[in-house]
Design a protein around this ligand. Structure first.
Ligand SMILES: Cc1cc2nc3c(=O)[nH]c(=O)nc-3n(C[C@H](O)[C@H](O)[C@H](O)COP(=O)(O)O)c2cc1C
Length: 332
């Protein structure tokens, strides 16, 4: 079965890869992922706050940088809480690069177009084949308009593209008011691919201790639906490839994401739950599904879909919302 796909200018032997996560913190796991058929490895993110702290040398730097109150600062992780410091990150990247023969994608996570982006160059020099830029930003300031949030995102991408020659993917959140337009702006700014989506980890409230409580729950397949919708809507408006991240747990999830427009399928929760070798099972099940449906390759599956004009982006929009609400009948 030919599962070859093009993503970020790289020819990959399959769309399946581990997404940004602690999976690549261990060389052994990175090798096991390659053995299990990963077509690339995305490393966990290096954070703007970590780099700024390193560059300026103090915690105050983070405080000034974030223009945050002392209370807000107390939520920032201390330097030792990050699994890999900036230098260790580059070392780990070099080690993975030397240990596997599949492409390695470094990840930067930040919200401003500042000096920290010099690390993009260092990630490139350490041997990364591409960079994934995660622009995880929560718009909490009532004085900030949405256009400013989008502008900054585009500026960050422009700055990274100026700094490196390797491809740059942008990992987005679903909370933009005009995502297809932003996708085009990012493409015009030089983005080589988009990853849909970032997953937000929502703190719960500890009602006894009257505190916000950080929670990390792994995803489940219901989260895929949001991705399928936006893949199908964004895809026709851009030429750059899209990757799905979020809610892929089974082979059929991967197939659906590809049908909706994904060239790459990133998996994290399922691999954290079942282990790196689960990737091999996903691939085998995907191949079986395609054989049963008489497809020889991803290319053939996609060609058939475009003949059938599927998926129709309109099926994911307002018309579908109205229809589905009307379909509910209250039982007596
Ligand atoms: C423990 C853990 C660590 C993660 N670390 C990062 C990270 O450093 N950078 C990033 O962009 N995403 C990170 N993610 C998010 C994943 O890359 C992915 O977008 C998310 O888990 C949704 O995919 P899934 O449903 O396959 O888990 C992390 C996820 C988990 C569970």
């Amino acid at each position: 079965m030919d599962l070859t796909t093009e993503y970020l200018g790289l020819t990959l032997q399959s769309p399946l890869m581990p997404g940004a996560s602690p999976l690549a913190d261990s060389l052994d796991v990175a090798r096991r992922l390659e053995d299990a058929g990963a077509s690339a490895i995305v490393m966990r993110s290096l954070f703007e706050e970590q780099i700024t702290r390193e560059l300026m040398g103090t915690v105050d730097a983070v405080e000034r940088h974030a223009e945050a109150s002392a209370e807000a600062i107390s939520y920032f992780p201390r330097a030792e809480e990050f699994s890999l410091g900036p230098d260790e990150y580059l070392d780990q990247l070099r080690c993975i690069r030397d240990s596997v023969s599949i492409p390695v994608i470094g990840s930067l996570n930040g919200v401003s177009a500042g000096g920290w982006l010099d690390y993009a160059k260092q990630i490139e020099q350490a041997g990364a084949n591409a960079i994934e830029l995660n622009v995880y930003y929560l718009a909490t300031d009532p004085a900030e308009e949405s256009a400013a949030v989008e502008r900054r995102t585009v500026d960050i991408v422009r700055a990274v593209k100026r700094a490196v020659t390797i491809p740059v993917a942008v990992k987005l959140s679903p909370f933009f008011s005009a995502l297809p337009h932003l996708a085009r702006e990012l493409e015009a700014a030089g983005a080589d691919g988009l990853v849909l989506f970032n997953r937000f980890y929502q703190p719960d409230i500890d009602a006894e201790r009257l505190e916000a409580e950080p929670t990390l729950r792994l995803s489940d397949p219901s989260e895929l639906l949001l991705r399928l919708r936006w893949l199908a809507i964004v895809k026709p408006g851009v030429r750059i490839p899209l990757a799905v991240s979020g809610g892929v747990h089974g082979a059929l999830d991967a197939v659906k994401a590809i049908m909706a427009g994904a060239s790459a399928v990133q998996v994290v929760s399922a691999l954290l739950k079942h282990g790196p070798e689960y990737l091999r099972i996903l691939r085998a099940q995907m191949e079986r599904w395609m054989e049963e449906h008489e497809y020889d390759s991803l290319g053939q599956m996609l060609a058939n879909m475009s003949l059938a004009r599927c998926p129709d982006p309109n099926a994911f929009s307002r018309a579908n919302y109205m229809r589905i609400l009307q379909s509910w009948r209250v039982g007596v």
